[in-house]
Design a protein around this ligand. Sequence first.
Ligand SMILES: Cc1ncc(C[n+]2csc(CCOP(=O)(O)OP(=O)(O)O)c2C)c(N)n1
Ligand code: SF4
Ligand SMILES: [Mg+2]
Length: 285
Amino acid sequence: MGKFSLRDLETGRKIVWCPGCGNFPILAALKRALIELNLRREDVVLITGIGCHGRMSEYVNVNTFHTIHGRVLPLATGIKLANPNLVVIGHSGDGDAYAIGLGHLPHAARRNIDVKLIVHNNMVFGLTTGQVTPTTPKGVKTRSTPYGNPENPLNPLIIALASGATFVARGFSGDVMHLKELIKEAIKHRGFAMLDILQPCVTFYNTYQYFRERIYKLEETNHNPKDYWEAMKRAMEWGNKIPIGIFYRVEKPVFYEEFKHAMNPPPALRKLSKVDLTKLYTMFM
Ligand SMILES: Cc1ncc(C[n+]2csc(CCOP(=O)(O)OP(=O)(O)O)c2C)c(N)n1
Ligand code: SF4
Ligand SMILES: [Mg+2]
């Protein structure tokens, strides 16, 4: 039995996502994962970016921060470094994480900041009514590419792997139980974890059927998540078959262990009585 129930996680806020949106299973999977991990609600911090996915912070009754567009990772980094006892989970969109916020991803990965980045990858800007993003497949007609997207999409898993991420996974909104397990594994991982979720936007880019016909699970193959080059190879696979599951998972020292001189104790855990502000005051006098 967890330390809180599904009812404790309710906020009472009206859910405004379109009926059938792929965000619903992500919300359900996250709540179940938090309960099954037996965490304390006060230890969980949920940070969201701007977009339809951003509503997550209004629908889960834990510590939340709805930040500005693209800045989920800087905020998550600051919170985790201030208090490493917290479980810091960022929810971002493909626009949020891979367009305006892309600069932050390689750095969080290479530093092995112990935060989780869960990307609701619906391959469009959902909230602003369906424009092209860096993950929209080539040729797809969107609100901003009425003749078809002329660009090649980027591959977020390859970026995470190439940058040194220690946990890289992909889930699908159409399989909520599998998704719940992936979220649990990402949260349990000690280090930077990126979970990209194929999240159909039923209003502007409904990919449910497309993915249902193509996805397969890595754990049902002989895939070894400790093998970096095997992970890279699987991450490149995109066509008639699309893998989901854990691509890569290894243990490495996390950032605050490498940064001990500034983290002893971490800022949020320092005794306020020991802080001498005299020098700071005199600077401004
Ligand atoms: C700095 C800034 N630029 C642009 C916007 C406008 N804007 C709001 S949501 C959004 C796109 C969101 O797309 P995504 O991150 O994929 O989230 P989704 O709505 O698909 O969940 C944009 C461009 C903004 N809010 N702030
Ligand atoms: S616009 Fe798309 S992503 Fe946004 S709530 Fe509607 S279906 Fe979901
Ligand atoms: Mg999006």
